[in-house]
Design a protein around this ligand. Structure first.
Ligand code: GLN
Length: 304
């Protein structure tokens, strides 16, 4: 596959100046980002790497972290976690409250906020030093010690995260949150505030292209079965009420975040991360989706 030519074509086709969409502002600290940023990193299983634009610049990974916290929870507790949440697409916005009440406090899946808050609760119970252990896990997958929380972003979300407080309290009312709301949300806001570059994210997500083993090592983090399940969840739930659209356009499992990042995985082939902060109404990066649609269309390859 001639990735360098394909990436050149993509770079020529996307137009930063005509891109619609808005930078996330409901977490005020995120609104400070330059909307013109654009980066891509493609990490191939055969060891090749390709990149475009601001691929080495760190940004807030936000909901992409939900895949990493889920992976840590599954690696520690296995399928026991599924007694607390479901694996169905929600068809609702990522921070929706309504469905959670209808469904008696059992979140639809771990990639919407309510489900990720339950996973945060599970990790707060299971880990000795929850925030440090999560960061160590992400650093191990990414092969870099230079991965950190952004305290300003975590604090900004804590001050404005009214819907997440509502979700956590609703979970608590159904007995599906075992620790204090404050403690669980402190962990959740920190996981969302992790900053990584496209390069670090692509490297980290190679795990899901590599059947659950850290690339180029014999270090297995997830079993094949667990990896299949996490990729399946990304495919069906990674983009909330736009999961169908992403699957239709791109045809790969993936996960977005309101920091403007998207990661997608082609099992056995590559992992790719894109960053462009302008979001559509569903909270997904406009150019990120466009870029990945172009990538799978021009290569003529997806998982389908
Ligand atoms: N921290 C954000 C929130 O909880 C993450 C949302 C997202 O990236 N979709 O609202």
């Amino acid at each position: 596959m001639d990735y360098p030519s394909i990436l050149k074509e993509i770079e020529a086709e996307i137009n930063l100046n005509q891109t619609r969409g808005k930078v996330a502002s409901y977490i005020p600290e995120l609104a400070r980002v330059n909307p013109q940023k654009y980066g891509l990193h493609l990490a191939c299983m055969n060891g090749d790497h390709f990149s475009l634009g601001h691929s080495d610049e760190k940004f807030s990974i936000q909901s992409i972290s939900k895949v990493l916290s889920l992976s840590l929870a599954i690696s520690r507790l296995g399928s026991r976690i599924w007694s607390r949440l479901d694996v169905e697409p929600s068809g609702n916005p990522f921070n929706s409250l309504i469905q959670l009440e209808y469904e008696d406090g059992i979140p639809r899946n771990p990639l919407i906020n309510s489900g990720a808050i339950v996973i945060a609760d599970i990790l707060v119970s299971a880990l000795d030093h929850p925030k440090k252990d999560l960061l160590d896990f992400v650093r191990k997958l990414g092969g870099s010690e230079d991965i950190h929380f952004n305290e300003e972003v975590a604090q900004s979300e804590k001050e404005h995260g009214f819907r997440n407080y509502a979700l956590a309290n609703m979970l608590k009312s159904y007995d599906n949150l075992h620790n204090d709301v404050e403690e669980v949300l402190d962990f959740y806001f920190h996981q969302c505030s992790i900053e990584m570059s496209c390069k670090e994210l692509a490297q980290t997500f190679l795990l899901f292209a590599n059947e659950g083993a850290i690339h180029n090592t014999k270090d297995r983090v997830l079993t094949r079965l667990q990896t299949k399940r996490i990729n399946s969840l990304m495919q069906t739930c990674g983009f909330y009420d736009e999961a169908g659209e992403f699957s239709f356009l791109v045809g790969l499992p993936g996960k977005s975040g309101v920091g403007g990042g998207i990661v997608a995985v082609h099992p056995g082939e590559y992992s790719v991360a894109v960053w462009s902060p302008r979001l559509n109404k569903k909270g997904n990066s406009v150019l990120g989706m466009k870029t990945l649609e172009l990538l799978t269309t021009k290569t003529g390859r997806s998982i389908f």
